[in-house]
Design a protein around this ligand. Structure first.
Ligand SMILES: [Zn+2]
Length: 116
């Protein structure tokens, strides 16, 4: 039988080993066989052959780019949140200062008039 996607393995538990993808620094995107259970017999075997240095470099470069774009998205979302927060604070300050002007009576009104 030829090795390929239809290949199956059995781990030491007797079940079918699961095919997972590694995202470690040395083996980014390289698939491996692991135990059929979450914490099982510790079965491990590579499915894909080892990557050449060039492939690793390209994958790392792509991952870095993706992370950078994610960070930019996150920071722009943060900016939106911050802007929303500032608008709420601004409205609160406006409402509070309007109330303060009303409740302060003549002296408050006088200050406002002087500033105007
Ligand atoms: Zn197992």
């Amino acid at each position: 039988m030829k090795a390929g996607m239809s290949e199956t393995r059995r781990c030491f538990c007797g079940g079918f080993a699961r095919l997972e993808t590694s995202w470690t620094r040395d083996n980014p995107g390289r698939r491996f066989w692991t135990c059929c259970r979450k914490k099982g017999c510790g079965y491990f075997d590579w499915f894909d052959p080892q990557m050449c240095a060039r492939s690793k470099m390209i994958i790392h470069g792509l991952l870095n780019r993706i992370n950078k774009v994610n960070d930019e998205l996150k920071s722009s979302r943060m900016r939106e949140k911050l802007l929303g927060f500032l608008i709420v604070i601004g409205v609160l300050v406006a409402v509070l200062s309007a109330n303060a002007t009303q409740h302060n009576g003549s002296s408050g009104t006088k200050t406002v008039l002087e500033l105007a």
